[in-house]
Ligand binder design. Structure first.
Ligand SMILES: Cc1ncc(C[n+]2csc(CCOP(=O)(O)OP(=O)(O)O)c2C)c(N)n1
Ligand SMILES: [Mg+2]
Length: 655
């Protein structure tokens, strides 16, 4: 149900300066679908600041103030990630606007409706040497779904001819519809404001009550209409699409690929395109796996489960945390040395359905690109990062995916689950061995595993190593490993766990700010697990103006004094060449010795140092009794990681 908007005429701000009147119209347009806005201070944007203050008083929007524009933009991005609705970030003119670019780029590729609202000088001041004046129109070109420029007219508009103002409001509303449309993403609103930029004093006789906010209540975006993923999912789960064929699937030995071919029965059904339409789709037995990347649609998970296919799920897909079919330690299976049972299992994969965007590891990319494997992307529409001209084949609807994936031969899922449990035990044993070698010093992989398995809050996984370590080592439900009866005894642990990660561009910038935004929007404590460089890159996220609500945020910093990830890539090998260690350390490792405790102290936040799992657990506990930001530092040694991963690989020979 919606309440009607109050007609425009009821707004009585005719007494006020034009800049304020324009700002109010803009904000009215924004509040049609926007509930949060982040503002960084400045002079040219002053009309927006005053008008936002009014709007906040009227209950139309929540305003957050941040001093650093880059942090402001990433905070807005975090709020948008958590609320799945458009969030604005307001800046003054000049380089202030330029600082939004990284978050706009991330929003572009992760399809987040971030609305850059940049104040500008009037057009005639451009090119005259006026202070803080740069050409801002189109400055995010190619990264935004749409952009508009509003120029405040020179002449004061008469109250009875407010067409320009009304048009501004409508244009802003339309811009937001683009941001949240079928291909959601960032948009840019540039506004040329003219002096004066502060509100006039209303006459003593003025009735302030006349200026009441009118807004349409927010209605979350819903996919509707025939063929929507939800509908299709209902049909599939209800058996309308698959009928009872999944239940009737022929018994095929998963370890005997040829057996699947022999019992396939319906040859025509091998190619979904050739399936006879009248008789309905036929599902052939197939050894398929579903790779679930960032933002993988939930209905793909349900389909995989229904068809009996294993899920190879990255931590930023919900499938990793809320489903029974996710395979533990799958990376180890995919990269197991040739001749091992695990490598045979991985080698027998015939088809891969990719849902969402996997970005973390090479074994997954190699699987998708394998010459003997057919891979399709399930992309129901609006994926910001998917270009079918460049990437693999795309299928947009679940019935086509079901036809492509076929049903799992008997034993397929169990073979993966059992191998996955063995892989997980191997990983845990390797971690214990590592800790013995390092005389009890914590491994960063162990820290990532512990945090991901322990915290109950929403979790933001920083770019670089931590998300990959969680991907490698974290288990949804540890009791599975301890249980003797194996995979069948698993208990679903779907506590609504939500894991966030910046997988649009995987930057190490803005991670803490995005986590703050998520905490503010969800009104709950969030845990951010980040590397030391990721922490320091966005340390200004700790700067919360004294007037603002501090986000409830636990930041776990895995401090290994520099970038660990590079040593695990090609640079690690280069660094081991004669005389190259110093170069690689200087240009890639980039060691740092910042005193994080002193930083926490300087910003006025709680600090906890953890040197073992017990004290890490203590640092993360008691969340009901505390507010604000806590920084939990764990020191680890990145120089041991290359050998650790090598040992793990060779241990998987017998997997
Ligand atoms: C904004 C940005 N700059 C640079 C990079 C390249 N980069 C990727 S990982 C990394 C090092 C990260 O180090 P840290 O946060 O300490 O994580 P670690 O790998 O040590 O766990 C860098 C510089 C990036 N991804 N984003
Ligand atoms: Mg580091």
């Amino acid at each position: 149900m919606t309440t009607s908007r109050r007609p425009f005429r009821e707004f009585d701000d005719s007494y006020d300066v034009e800049s304020l009147r324009l700002a109010r119209r803009v904000i009215r347009g924004l509040t049609m679908s926007m509930r949060h806005i982040v503002l960084a201070p400045g002079s040219r944007s002053a009309p927006m600041a005053y008008a936002l203050r009014e709007a906040e008083d009227l209950g139309a929007i929540t305003v957050h103030v941040r001093i650093d524009e880059r942090s402001a933009a990433f905070t807005a991005l975090g709020i948008a990630l958590a609320t799945k609705s458009p969030v604005g970030v307001v800046t003054t003119s000049g380089t202030a606007a330029g600082n939004l670019l990284p978050a706009m780029m991330e929003a572009d590729l992760s399809g987040v409706p971030l609305v850059a609202i940049t104040a500008d000088r009037p057009e005639e001041l451009h090119g005259t040497g006026a202070n803080q004046t740069a050409w801002q129109q189109g400055m995010f070109a190619g990264r935004v779904r749409d952009e508009i420029h509003l120029e405040q007219g020179e002449a004061r508009l008469e109250p009875e001819s407010r067409d320009d103002m009304l048009a501004a409001e409508t244009q802003v509303g339309l811009l937001l519809r683009v941001a949240t449309g079928s291909s959601p993403g960032p948009v840019h609103l540039n506004i040329g404001f003219r002096d004066p930029l502060v509100p006039s004093e209303p006459a003593a006789a003025h009735q302030p009550g006349a200026q009441r906010w009118a807004r349409t209540p927010f209605v979350p975006r819903r996919v509707t209409g025939t063929g929507s993923p939800e509908q299709l999912r209902a049909e599939i789960i209800g058996g309308e699409i698959l009928g009872d064929r999944a239940a009737d699937r022929p018994a095929v030995d998963a370890q005997d690929p040829a057996a699947a071919e022999r019992t396939e029965g319906n040859r025509e059904a091998q190619d979904p395109a050739q399936a006879p339409a009248e008789s309905g789709p036929q599902l052939a037995p197939r050894r398929t796996v579903f790779v679930m990347g960032a933002e993988a649609p939930a209905e793909a998970r349900e389909l995989a489960r229904r068809l009996g296919h294993p899920l190879l799920a990255e931590p930023s897909s919900d499938a990793r945390w809320s489903d029974l079919g996710a395979i533990q330690g799958y990376r180890l299976i995919l990269q197991a040395p040739e001749g091992s049972p695990a490598s045979e299992l991985a080698g027998s994969i015939e088809r891969v359905v990719v849902a969402g965007r996997p970005t973390l590891t090479r074994p997954v990319q190699q699987l998708i690109n394998r010459a003997d494997v057919e891979a399709v992307q399930y992309a129901p529409g609006g994926e910001a990062w998917f270009d079918h001209r460049l990437a693999r084949r795309r299928l947009a609807d679940l019935p086509s995916i079901a036809l492509f994936a076929g049903v799992a031969p008997a034993g397929w899922q169990d073979a993966w689950s059992e191998r996955g449990l063995a892989a997980q035990r191997l990983i845990d044993a390797a971690l214990t061995e590592q800790e013995t070698l390092a005389q009890g010093e914590l491994s960063s992989v162990r820290v990532a595993q512990f945090v991901a398995e322990t915290v109950k809050t929403p979790l933001l996984l920083g770019s670089s190593s931590v998300i990959r370590d969680v991907d490698l080592a974290a288990v949804l439900n540890r009791s599975v490993l301890e249980s003797e009866s194996g995979p069948r005894s698993r208990v679903a642990d779907d506590g609504g766990r939500r894991v966030y990660a910046m997988r649009g561009l995987a930057g190490i910038d803005g991670n803490l700010s995005a986590a703050s935004g998520i905490a503010l929007a969800r009104n709950t404590r969030v845990t951010a697990l980040v590397g030391d460089l990721t922490f320091l890159h966005d340390v200004n996220a700790l700067l919360v103006p004294a007037t603002e609500r501090e986000p409830d945020l636990d930041i776990v910093v895995v401090n290994d004094s520099g970038g660990a990830i590079f040593d695990q890539l090609e640079h690690g090998a280069v660094g081991r060449r004669e005389g190259q260690a110093e170069t690689v350390e200087r240009f890639f490792g980039t060691p740092q010795t910042v005193d994080i405790e002193a930083l926490a102290d300087a910003y006025g936040h709680e600090y906890h140092f953890a040197d073992d799992l017990e004290s890490l657990g203590e640092g993360l506990s008691g969340i009901e009794d505390r507010i604000g930001i806590r920084i939990i530092e764990v020191r680890t040694d990145r120089t041991v990681l290359r050998d650790f991963h090598a040992r793990l690989r060779s241990a998987s020979e017998h997997l």
